[in-house]
Design a protein around this ligand. Structure first.
Ligand SMILES: [Zn+2]
Length: 382
């Protein structure tokens, strides 16, 4: 196995603790696909080849733990409507569903490839991708097959909204999702997710659907509390799900319960930005020691965003994150939301997914919204 030394690192972010585990004047050695050694640059062991970080910052690659990156069609009209003051509701998803149903698998692969290239260019090295723009058996399968060619973190979101053809037969759609659809997609999905909110699925419906997926071996997560305080976060705690995503409207009591639980709260400030909604505040989460993550929610309707540094900037500007908390949430937090211990940090044994930033300190990543010269090293598949 060949080894590589990254020398002359001004700040190395190892994430060995929540304060980022910073090593200054550092070096890092990679062997094969893993981090072998980290420490002071003066004590670096020899390696087969060398990269000079020129005094820059080395961070783990970003873990974007929540995206809807496989889709077709254009939703720019929704953006224009929203920016002129029209309120966000769940209906626009149906436009994307219609376009995604008619797209070929090859079209979807080509589009997703372009989009993921953008994500990666901003420093993302692991990405989760959900279905949910098919809402019929064939298209949900098509989306997950495409997603699986790019990442192992694939999520079945058949319960995104009720499709138009089932408008008068909710129960019929829920049965379809829980049975035939689930059976067909399970080989291509690691996770199951439900949009539990106003205009989507109720807490009882979400519980029923999640239980069916978990019984088939999928791991559960949930979209909840985006449009109202509608019980998704409480259900996440009850079912010990990996994460509650969005969490725009959560009561203080539930924040305290989240802090006591293993559930990661994944904030998606791009959604608040693009829907002109008010942002959740995170002070209490940090005060109580809750686990939090940041992700893009990359989707054409409510957050057409591929850049994790922009997500961090929004979280700092609008939600009360410090730059260190935002970086930790965008790396280690995302890994926790995906229940992965091999990514999101740069301690020995971690996957060698990292970014070398030509900046003097890590604060520059959010400060300059990621617009910094960088080199990205990754072992993942996209
Ligand atoms: Zn989402």
């Amino acid at each position: 196995m060949s080894s590589q030394l990254i020398s002359n690192i001004g700040q190395l972010i190892t994430n060995s603790n929540e304060n980022l585990g910073i090593v200054t004047d550092a070096a890092l050695v990679i062997e094969g696909q893993k981090v072998l050694w980290v420490g002071s640059k003066n004590h670096a062991p020899a390696a087969d080849s060398k990269i000079d970080a020129a005094g820059g910052v080395v961070t783990p690659g970003f873990i974007d733990s929540h995206t809807h990156a496989v889709f077709s069609g254009d939703r720019s009209k929704d953006y224009v409507a929203r920016m002129s003051g029209q309120k966000y509701a769940t209906g626009g998803i149906k436009t994307t569903v219609a376009a995604t149903r008619t797209a070929t698998e090859d079209d979807l692969i080509a589009h997703t490839k372009d989009l993921l290239r953008k994500c990666q260019s901003h420093g993302t090295t692991t990405i989760e991708i959900k279905s949910g723009y098919g809402l019929d058996v064939d298209t949900e399968l098509k989306i997950l097959k495409v997603a699986k060619t790019f990442t192992d973190e694939t999520t079945f979101l058949g319960a995104h909204v009720i499709p138009a053809e089932f408008e008068n037969n909710r129960e019929g759609y829920i049965q379809l999702v829980k049975n035939e659809m689930l059976d067909v997609v399970t080989p291509y999905a690691k996770w199951i997710d439900v949009f539990c909110d106003n205009g989507a699925f109720s807490v009882d419906e979400a519980r029923e659907i999640l239980q069916s997926g978990i019984a088939k071996g999928l791991k559960g997560k949930i979209h909840g509390n985006q449009l109202g305080d509608t019980g998704g976060a409480e259900l996440a705690i009850e079912m010990n799900l990996a994460s509650i995503d969005h969490a725009t409207h959560v009561s203080n009591d539930t924040i305290a319960a989240l802090a006591e639980s293993n559930v990661v709260t994944t904030f998606l400030p791009g959604a608040e930005f693009f829907t002109k909604s008010s942002y959740p505040k995170v002070n209490l989460y940090f005060e109580l020691g809750a686990k939090v993550a940041l992700a893009t929610d990359c989707n054409p309707g409510s957050s057409y965003l591929t850049s994790m540094p922009i997500v961090m900037s929004l979280a700092i500007r609008e939600m009360g994150f410090t730059p260190a908390q935002a970086l930790y949430a965008a790396t280690a937090g995302g890994a926790a939301a995906l229940q992965r211990s091999d990514i999101g940090h740069l301690q020995p044994g971690a996957k060698a997914d990292l970014v070398i930033w030509q900046a003097p300190t890590f604060e520059h990543i959010a400060y300059r919204m990621g617009d910094i010269d960088k080199k990205i090293l990754m072992t993942g598949k996209f």
